[in-house]
Design a protein around this ligand. Structure first.
Ligand SMILES: Nc1ncnc2c1ncn2[C@@H]1O[C@H](COP(=O)(O)OP(=O)(O)OP(=O)(O)O)[C@@H](O)[C@H]1O
Ligand SMILES: [Mg+2]
Length: 234
């Protein structure tokens, strides 16, 4: 009898014959796809964010060093998470790939760990402005997005804090972000921050205590390339 936890929803499993072409193979392609997709869902990535995109350098290669550094992190993403490393990817210029790189890094992580991973949340992608808005809404109404983040923000191996410092946070927002990020840093858990704020200006947006924690624990990577939002790649 085929003993597989996805057979009820699997298109490859033959229920009449109770057979699966991959049952004896060590790496089952269907299982791989199922688990990766599950982990990406748990990370809160949308379908568009789940698709892999090629990130190209500008013609003048202005971000060559940043891309090289990020590729090294990508190739060593399992140790990055294990060591509790952090990076702060920033640029004053919008649309030049900060969020896309953060997503690429967590996709790489999931691709490396899926086989040994349980079906749980190993990585979280938190868009900070959306999180803060939902947080406000969750005060009066139950909110699934906030519940999911609260459930896993401490335990996830890597958390992406996307677009941090977009607007000046309120005292309540400062304190909430500070407590979540501070706990992760104290637990030696990895974080990837993306922002449009240069490091020495971050404190005006998120407060001195949070800015100091982020900047002093992260490798900073600046992007100087042009805005590529809406650009059609051949
Ligand atoms: N280097 C690149 N090569 C190809 N496409 C890119 C590159 N950088 C960004 N893009 C495309 O531009 C769009 C915006 O990218 P992304 O969201 O990563 O930018 P961002 O730097 O996070 O912007 P913002 O500062 O507004 O948050 C995406 O569709 C992405 O695919
Ligand atoms: Mg972004």
């Amino acid at each position: 009898m085929v003993d597989c936890f996805i057979k009820d929803t699997c298109k490859i499993y033959d229920s009449e014959q109770d057979s699966c072409p991959y049952i004896n193979s060590e790496v089952k392609p269907c299982m791989r796809q199922y688990k990766i997709n599950y982990l990406l869902d748990q990370a809160l990535l949308s379908d568009a964010q789940k698709t892999r995109k090629a990130l190209l350098l500008d013609v003048n290669k202005i971000d060559l060093q940043a891309f090289t550094d990020l590729n090294i992190i990508k190739n060593n993403i399992v140790s990055f998470a294990k060591n509790g490393d952090n990076i702060y990817i920033y640029s004053r210029i919008p649309g030049n790939g900060k969020t896309s790189w953060a997503i690429k890094l967590i996709q790489s992580y999931i691709n490396r760990i899926w086989a040994e991973s349980k079906l749980t949340c190993r990585v979280l992608f938190i868009n900070v402005p959306k999180f803060l808005l939902s947080l406000k809404a969750s005060i009066s109404n139950q909110n699934d997005y906030i519940d999911h983040i609260n459930a896993y923000v401490n335990s996830a191996d890597i958390v992406v804090w996307d677009d941090i410092g977009t607007k000046v946070a309120t005292e309540f927002e400062h304190e909430h972000l500070l407590s979540l990020i501070d706990s992760r840093l104290l637990d030696n858990k990895s974080n990837i921050f993306t922002s449009n704020i240069v490091p020495n200006e971050l404190s005006s947006f998120v407060g001195d205590r949070l800015a100091s924690r982020i900047i002093n624990t992260s490798k900073t990577i600046e992007f100087l390339g042009a805005d590529k939002r809406g650009l059609k790649l051949k």
